[in-house]
Design a protein around this ligand. Structure first.
Ligand code: CTP
Length: 132
């Protein structure tokens, strides 16, 4: 039984998020998602997500490909999370390509291509300026 783990904010849940979760699950048997907390987002980007961590958690938990979700409280604790959740494979979108290679001593690290032309940032901009 292969345990797959992935990380992300998953704010304003969209098709790119759904597809990475679907493809991550296909890499193994059990999918664990480390979902970044509101506090972690604020400390890294200087702003809070549109959806609160409770809302994001509820959405991700309800996705059929996802078996388990936990709050990622610190980017520096990735190694600890990989061990705690006994991950065999770490899957990330290729916007992170190379960034997680340091963990290849703990598990297999795979980058999947992002779904083109969609992101949370783009959706927020479109809502703010719908005519452009
Ligand atoms: N992702 C993807 N395809 C997209 C958007 C995101 O495969 N079009 C993946 C990312 O590579 C990551 C996961 O979904 O592994 C969570 O990404 P996240 O940063 O939460 O979403 P984005 O839409 O990229 O958010 P932002 O615009 O704020 O960066």
């Amino acid at each position: 039984m292969k345990r797959v783990i992935t990380f992300g904010t998953f704010d304003v849940f969209h098709l790119g998020h759904l597809r990475i979760l679907q493809r991550a699950k296909e890499m193994g048997d059990y999918l664990i998602v480390g979902m970044s907390t509101d506090h972690l987002n604020f400390s890294k980007k200087g702003k809070y997500p549109v959806y609160s961590e409770e809302e994001r958690m509820e959405i991700i938990k309800s996705i059929r490909y996802v078996d388990e979700v936990f709050y990622e409280e610190s980017l520096e604790r990735k190694g600890e999370y990989l061990k705690k959740y006994r991950a065999d494979i770490l899957v990330m979108g290729d916007d992170w390509k190379g960034k997680f290679d340091v963990y290849s001593s703990l598990c297999q690290v795979i980058y999947l291509p992002r779904t083109p032309s969609i992101s949370t940032t783009q959706i927020i901009e479109k809502i703010q300026k719908p005519c452009q």
